[in-house]
Each structure stands twice: as structure tokens, then as C-alpha cells.
Design a protein around this ligand. Structure first.
Ligand SMILES: Nc1ncnc2c1ncn2[C@@H]1O[C@H](COP(=O)(O)OP(=O)(O)OP(=O)(O)O)[C@@H](O)[C@H]1O
Ligand SMILES: [Mg+2]
Length: 251
């Protein structure tokens, strides 16, 4: 049984079929890449899986259970963590408090009770562990808005890990970051997989996709046009056509 499966998933905006009859399966322990030209429907596919949008048709199965139609926070608690294409931390909060906020820790005065103090300690420990894991322990006290884009993306990943997801979905984690930060990000994703997290990532950075992913799914105009091993995908005529246009593909 795949960990995640979509069956005939559809989501339109007005007359535009942003996600059109998409069926994909993600095996436990795999790193699956989703690629495709701008506007292909990659982010919409993520949003439809994660409950931001309700699908017009089709199903989403997670660990054998249907999850389509559930609310995003319910889906997150079932074990799907995700990051967003545009990084959006609470800029005025510290890095550590951003992580604590991600698992629903409230900053409330009941924490002054003994039980509250105990929980606050546990929450702080857990946040520190997560920051350690993504390599942000050294900036735990910094305002999130002050981080470089590469570090903000790590913070997003820490936040996505807060609920201990089985599946982590990353929307263009390398967009706009430096080459060096990109390499560190690949290391992090590999380590997470070793720890048992399954990963689906949308990415335009082909070097990262080729090095990191076990398998790729290619979307174009909302539809899956190819899937397979990274080494084979680049030779696929439909993929060349989608990226470069018909003239080049048939030249
Ligand atoms: N909320 C929305 N309302 C209307 N149209 C939308 C909405 N979200 C996305 N679209 C449209 O749906 C199509 C797919 O968009 P989507 O953002 O999923 O593409 P993408 O593959 O993630 O692209 P990119 O690589 O640029 O991030 C595009 O034509 C886009 O303009
Ligand atoms: Mg997108």
C-alpha cells in the first residue's frame, strides 16, 4: 500500500483545470519529485492533497484512509507536514517561538501553574531538538524575519516537522537560495528520509531534483505527462516538449 495516493484528482478554477485527473502514488521511504513548467498545477496539487482546496473530483488516500474533504489542520495531525512556496514565518517572533507555534503551543498565563511550567519546558526542549535537527540551533533566539532565505526555508521545514509527519511535502524549497544552502538542504532532506520520513518535493532546480529524487512525476497543464527515474525523464519526448515547446521536441 502506498503511503499517499491520489486517484483521478481534479481541481478547477473557473474554466481552468489546474489539476486534471491526477493519479500518483508515493511509496513509504521514497523521495518523489514533482516537476513541470510554471503554472503546471504543482502547487495546486499540493494544496488539494493538504486540504487547502476540496477536490472537484477524485480521492486522496493517506496510509490507506481517505483524507479528501478534511480540513488542513486535521490532515496535518494525521501526519502530512508541508512547506509553502513563499516562505512565511512569523517575522517578529524568535526562530524558537516560530517552531513552538507550529505545534499549537499557546503563550498563555496558565503556564504559570506547575503543570503549565512542565509543559512549557517540554515544548521548549522539543523546539530545540527540531532546531538542532535542521541546523538552526545557533539562531534560536533571532527574529525569524532576520534570517537569510535559506535559513527561513529550514525554519519552515522545522515547523513542518513539529507534528512528526510521516510525509513531508516541500514546495520549491531551494527557490532563491544559494548553491551552498542548496547543498545543505539536500543533506537535510536525505537525513530526514533516513529517519523514516517520506518526502514529496516540487522543485525547479534540476541539479537538486536529479541528485535527490528516487522518482519524478512531470505535470503539464494540470496533467501527469510522464513519470520515472530522474535519469530517464530528461529524454522523454513529452517532457522535452512541455519544457521547450513542440518545435524543439520535433527538430
Ligand atoms: N487560487 C487560484 N485561483 C485561480 N487560479 C489559480 C489559483 N491558483 C492557481 N491558479 C492557476 O492554476 C494554474 C496552476 O497554478 P499552480 O500555482 O498550481 O502552478 P505551479 O505548477 O505551482 O506553478 P509555479 O511553478 O509557477 O509555482 C495556473 O494557471 C494558475 O494561474
Ligand atoms: Mg507552484
Amino acid at each position: 500500500m502506498p503511503l499517499l495516493e491520489t486517484r483521478g484528482l481534479c481541481k478547477s478554477f473557473g474554466g481552468l483545470k489546474a489539476v486534471n485527473n491526477v493519479s500518483i502514488a508515493v511509496e513509504e521511504g521514497e523521495i518523489l519529485g514533482i516537476i513541470g513548467p510554471n503554472g503546471a498545477g504543482k502547487t495546486t496539487l499540493f494544496n488539494t492533497i493538504c486540504g487547502v482546496y476540496r477536490p472537484d473530483a477524485g480521492q486522496v488516500m493517506f496510509a490507506g484512509q481517505p483524507i479528501h474533504g478534511l480540513r488542513p489542520n486535521r490532515i496535518a495531525r494525521l501526519g502530512i507536514g508541508r512547506t509553502f512556496q513563499a516562505s512565511r514565518p512569523f517575522r517578529g517572533l524568535s526562530v524558537e517561538d516560530n517552531v513552538r507555534a507550529a505545534y499549537g503551543v499557546r503563550f498563555h498565563k496558565s503556564w504559570r501553574t506547575l503543570w503549565g511550567a512542565h509543559r512549557a519546558d517540554a515544548a521548549r526542549r522539543r523546539a530545540r531538538e527540531l532546531l538542532e535537527q535542521v541546523g538552526l540551533a545557533h539562531v534560536a533566539g533571532m527574529e525569524a524575519g532576520q534570517l537569510s532565505l535559506g535559513l527561513q526555508r529550514r525554519l519552515e521545514i522545522a515547523r513542518a516537522l513539529a507534528l512528526e509527519p510521516r510525509l513531508l511535502m516541500l514546495d520549491e524549497p531551494a527557490a532563491g537560495i544559494s548553491h551552498e544552502e542548496g547543498l545543505q538542504l539536500m543533506d537535510l532532506v536525505r537525513r530526514l528520509r533516513q529517519q523514516g520520513v517520506t518526502v514529496v518535493l516540487i522543485e525547479h532546480n534540476m541539479q537538486m531534483v536529479m541528485n535527490l529524487c528516487d522518482r519524478l512525476v512531470v505535470l503539464s497543464y494540470g496533467e501527469v505527462i510522464a513519470e520515472g527515474k530522474p535519469a530517464d525523464i530528461g529524454r522523454h519526448p513529452a517532457v522535452i516538449e512541455a519544457y521547450l515547446g513542440k518545435e524543439v521536441a520535433h527538430a
